[in-house]
Design a protein. Structure first.
Length: 312
């Protein structure tokens, strides 16, 4: 038997020069291939952000473009000291927390059905995913019609609701109606992401837990959910960021009336309806920063190392 001893010049863990050179060449090739897309994304995203940041320091109205005046951080101070801004932030957070919580539970149930179903799997998966394929504006109009007390069907289906109850006449029922439309529309997206996480859970581990006498709930809490924690974080992160920027359903169903407007709708009203580009840009920058804060908080709460989850 011949024993090969690794010398200092050729350690066993060293990468052959030709392999490392190939890896470096592939990395350079990948960077060159990605570079055009990166440049386009910077032009499409970075320029509007920088332009909004620039305009946020001005008192700038489209009705008087020649009277633009540099006012520094006054727009930010006005927004941060305005009660309306903080009320809309609270409503936005409420939309995000409630809808994402319901979507996580319902979406996980749908994901289990799509993962375990044997008969008519394609039909069932397609049926569950149909709402997500509908345009949000169309979905908003459909649910507005459903909640209208004159000719909608919701009041007739709920025995504890009076037939002439106006869902859009007060803040709480109007917010509930908007949440229902949002949950119905985007739960399939959550279930699709969770389905991908379920597919990564080893069936051998689940079967081993079943052999050891674990109940269905114990297998869910002790085996399945911990092993798909990364997928849950991604699903919650994507949906939370999307829900925090909710606009379409509010625009269609209430137009921000009865205290239902979000921070995105407030930004729209300042920029588009009132032509205050300076204040609107400041609100857009604050919205962008708050979205980053939400993403940071969610990532910190889950404490998931995505590289480790991929097995790297």
């Amino acid at each position: 038997m011949t024993t090969v001893v690794a010398t200092p010049e050729t350690n066993a863990g060293d990468v052959p020069p030709e392999v490392s050179e190939r890896v470096r060449h592939e990395n350079r090739l990948g960077q060159r291939l990605v570079a055009p897309a990166v440049v386009v994304m910077l032009i499409v995203t970075a320029f509007p952000i920088l332009r909004a940041l620039y305009l946020s320091f001005y008192n700038y109205s489209l009705t008087a473009p020649d009277e633009r005046e540099f006012i520094g951080f006054s727009n930010y101070l006005t927004a941060l000291t305005d009660q309306l801004f903080w009320r809309d932030i609270g409503v936005t957070v409420l939309y995000m927390v409630v809808t994402v919580a319901f979507e996580l539970v319902i979406g996980f149930a749908f994901a289990l059905v799509m993962h375990r179903v044997i008969f008519a799997r394609g039909l069932i998966r397609t049926s569950i995913l149909i709402p997500y394929g509908i345009i949000t504006v169309v979905s908003g109009f459909a649910w507005q019609f459903a909640f209208t007390y004159q000719n909608g069907f919701v009041n007739g289906w709920l025995p504890f609701i009076e037939a002439d109850f106006n869902w859009f006449g007060d803040t709480v029922p109007a917010v509930i109606a908007i949440m229902v439309s949002e949950i119905w529309k985007t739960t399939p997206f959550m279930s699709l992401l969770l389905l991908a996480g379920l597919a990564q859970v080893s069936e051998d581990v689940v079967e081993a837990a079943k052999v050891d006498g674990a109940t269905w709930w114990q297998r869910m809490w002790k085996v399945v959910i911990p092993n798909m924690r990364a997928a849950i974080m991604v699903a919650v992160l994507f949906r939370a960021l999307d829900a925090y920027r909710i606009f379409d359903n509010i625009f269609v169903m209430t137009a921000g009336a009865e205290g239902t407007e979000s921070i995105s709708f407030l930004t729209y009203r300042q920029s588009i309806e009132q032509f205050q580009l300076g204040m609107g840009s400041a609100l857009a920058v604050l919205l962008f920063l708050s979205v980053l804060l939400v993403a940071y908080v969610i990532v910190k709460l889950f404490r998931v190392d995505l590289a480790q989850a991929r097995g790297e």
